[in-house]
Design a protein around this ligand. Structure first.
Ligand code: SF4
Ligand code: SF4
Length: 472
């Protein structure tokens, strides 16, 4: 029986309720009046229910689909401006005791080289990342209580925050590790993590159990209830996602929004971010085994409707998407992207070629961070290396209140300008620097508050003199 406030996975993600919602969407897909009334509600930019979002996803009317894309773009512009926050994943260990059928790290794969970084190797990786200009990382590990215990993750976080190479610093460490206990989430919170990220992969229990045949991850309820435990452990910024293509995308789209509603109803705050990975080819993984893989058009529509349904939740795309695909979804609502990612353990310091037989996924966008930054600038976006909110205590419901009041742009915009300026002074090529300085001038003009504008102008001059880490 569906109950969004229940703490039991099978009640807050109820198969019957998802299927009822899918039927409702299918039965009403030609009810234009109803669809237009949902679009009118969406125009208020306060979000939609999973039922309303499911109907928009089902809708085939070309003109309405045009309206959906147009509104997604307007919401993106109004709430996020042209800022795109940059991050990089850092793979610490690919030992894994699970048997996920879609991931090459599954324990039975003997083709990949298993590796766990020592603290000295982590230091090398982090220096390589800092030398590119990264300030925000997402730590990734496989699940292995013996080779990769929580103590190792905590020690690694401490190592990462302590490294200051030249003007570099990692200012926010997000963590994507396997579902764990409330006690371990408390430890992660105390270690100063930003967002705890965990993908559900699929919300369909039967399929979930089939593609997770062995290992602790095979426990659907334990995995699905992980965000509740994380929040009970004090982590109030959580990042969710599904791996689109494992099962029917309509089912998982509804499941994702249902999960977001559950967190909102129980803890008063939904997810901080949603990630939208799609199943990709990799070693030992054949796309023919995944007939539900989503097309580019469906992918774009999913991003656009998520933007409309949860306007204040960040949307992340990774380098698994091609340059072309990322370009299209950026304007539809994506607010964070990874740049120059390596999905192998040790891939930043050693280079991916040497390490490629330990990579988790093939990457579709292989450009350097400087190339990605320059590409964003040329498209008129401001690449932002901002990490201010969590460092200023703006997390969880405080973040959401700040975001919904609209005050957030008073911070995001100047922070984007200042962190871009740091990047240009420390790491950019001549061409990127030229394009970046041009955007900074333009964006300074767009700062409406005169006091803030004066402060930013002063700080930009100080950054030129070598000072770093200003923030609002
Ligand atoms: Fe292990 Fe995660 Fe890959 Fe599953 S998805 S095999 S848990 S690394
Ligand atoms: Fe993100 Fe906060 Fe920085 Fe805005 S001010 S970009 S919300 S960290």
């Amino acid at each position: 029986m569906y109950n969004s406030k229940s703490k039991k996975a099978e009640e807050f993600i109820d198969d019957g309720e998802i299927r009822r919602t899918m039927d409702y969407a299918r039965d009403n897909k030609e009810n234009k009046e109803l669809i237009l009334s949902i679009m009118a509600k969406a125009e208020k930019m306060k979000g939609l229910t999973y039922e309303e979002a499911a109907l928009l996803l089902e809708c085939d009317y070309e003109d309405v689909n045009g309206m959906i894309f147009d509104l997604a773009k307007r919401i993106k512009k109004k709430i996020y401006g042209n800022r795109i926050v940059m991050f990089a994943p850092l793979y610490l260990s690919n030992y894994c005791v699970n048997g996920c059928t879609y991931c090459p790290y599954h324990f039975a794969n003997k083709n990949i080289c298993r590796k766990k970084l020592s603290q000295q190797e982590i230091e090398k990786e982090v220096i390589a990342l800092q030398d590119m200009g990264h300030k925000r990382l997402a730590l990734e590990t496989g699940e292995d209580p013996v080779n990769c215990p929580i103590e190792y993750v905590l020690e690694s976080i401490k190592t990462i925050y302590a490294i200051k190479h030249k003007n570099g610093a990692i200012r926010r460490v997000n963590v994507n590790i396997a579902a764990t206990t409330v006690e371990n989430y408390k430890k992660l919170k105390d270690a100063g993590i930003g967002t705890y990220i965990l993908f559900q992969e699929t919300y369909n229990k039967e399929v979930y159990e089939k593609i997770h045949p062995t290992g602790p991850k095979s426990n659907y309820a334990y995995h699905t209830e992980a965000m509740d435990r994380a929040m009970e452990g004090g982590i109030d910024d959580v990042g969710m996602g599904v791996l689109f293509g494992l099962y029917g995308y309509k089912y998982d789209f509804i499941g994702l929004l249902m999960h977001a509603k559950h967190l909102e109803d129980v803890f008063g705050v939904g997810p901080h971010t949603l990630s939208v990975p799609r199943i990709r080819p990799a070693d030992d993984i054949d796309l023919k085994d995944f007939p539900d893989a989503v097309t580019d058009d469906v992918f774009k529509k999913i991003v656009a409707i998520l933007r409309i349904a949860v306007p204040y939740t960040g949307i992340i795309v990774s380098t698994r998407e091609s340059k072309k695909s990322r370009e299209e979804v950026l304007e539809l609502g994506v607010s964070q992207i990874s740049g120059a990612s390596r999905t192998s353990v040790g891939g930043y310091a050693e280079g991916e070629e040497e390490e490629e037989n330990s990579a988790q996924f093939d990457i579709s966008d292989n450009r350097t961070l400087d190339e990605v930054v320059n590409w964003l600038l040329k498209l008129g976006h401001i690449p932002s290396f901002c990490t201010a909110c969590y460092r200023e205590g703006r997390t969880g419901d405080r973040f959401m209140a700040f975001a919904k009041s609209g005050d957030i742009s008073m911070s995001c915009q100047p922070n984007a300008i200042m962190t871009l300026k740091e990047y240009l002074d420390d790491y950019a090529s001549e061409e990127t620097k030229k394009n970046g300085e041009k955007i900074i001038l333009q964006e300074m003009d767009n700062l409406i508050n005169k006091d803030i504008k004066d402060i930013v102008a002063e700080r930009l001059a100080e950054i030129d003199l070598g000072k770093r880490d200003f923030r609002f």
